[in-house]
Ligand binder design. Structure first.
Ligand code: SF4
Ligand code: SF4
Length: 71
C-alpha cells in the first residue's frame, strides 16, 4: 500500500497509489472537478471544492479512494 493523503477543512481523501491506475474515471465523474492526473496518478488538487457526493469512491474500479465522508 502506498497511501497518499490530502485534507481540507472538512474532508480527508486518501488514495492508494499502488492501486491507482491513472485512467481518470474519478476525475471524469467528480462534479466539482476535484481531481487531476499527474504522472499517471490521480491528485485531488481542488479538494476544497468537494461536495462530499462520494461519486469518486463509487466510480473507481480499483477501490483506490478512501473518503472521510463516504463510508
Ligand atoms: S478511478 Fe481510481 S484508479 Fe482510476 S485514476 Fe481515479 S483513483 Fe486512480
Ligand atoms: S466526494 Fe464527490 S465532489 Fe468530492 S471528490 Fe469525490 S466525486 Fe468529487
Amino acid at each position: 500500500m502506498d497511501l497518499k493523503m490530502w485534507k481540507s477543512d472538512t474532508v480527508t481523501i486518501k488514495v492508494d497509489y499502488d492501486k491507482c491506475q491513472g485512467h481518470g474515471d474519478c476525475a471524469d465523474a467528480c462534479p466539482s472537478e476535484v481531481y487531476e492526473l499527474s504522472d499517471g496518478k490521480t491528485v485531488p488538487v481542488n479538494i476544497d471544492e468537494c461536495v462530499e457526493c462520494c461519486t469518486c469512491v463509487e466510480t473507481c474500479p480499483e477501490g483506490a479512494i478512501d473518503h472521510s465522508a463516504c463510508g
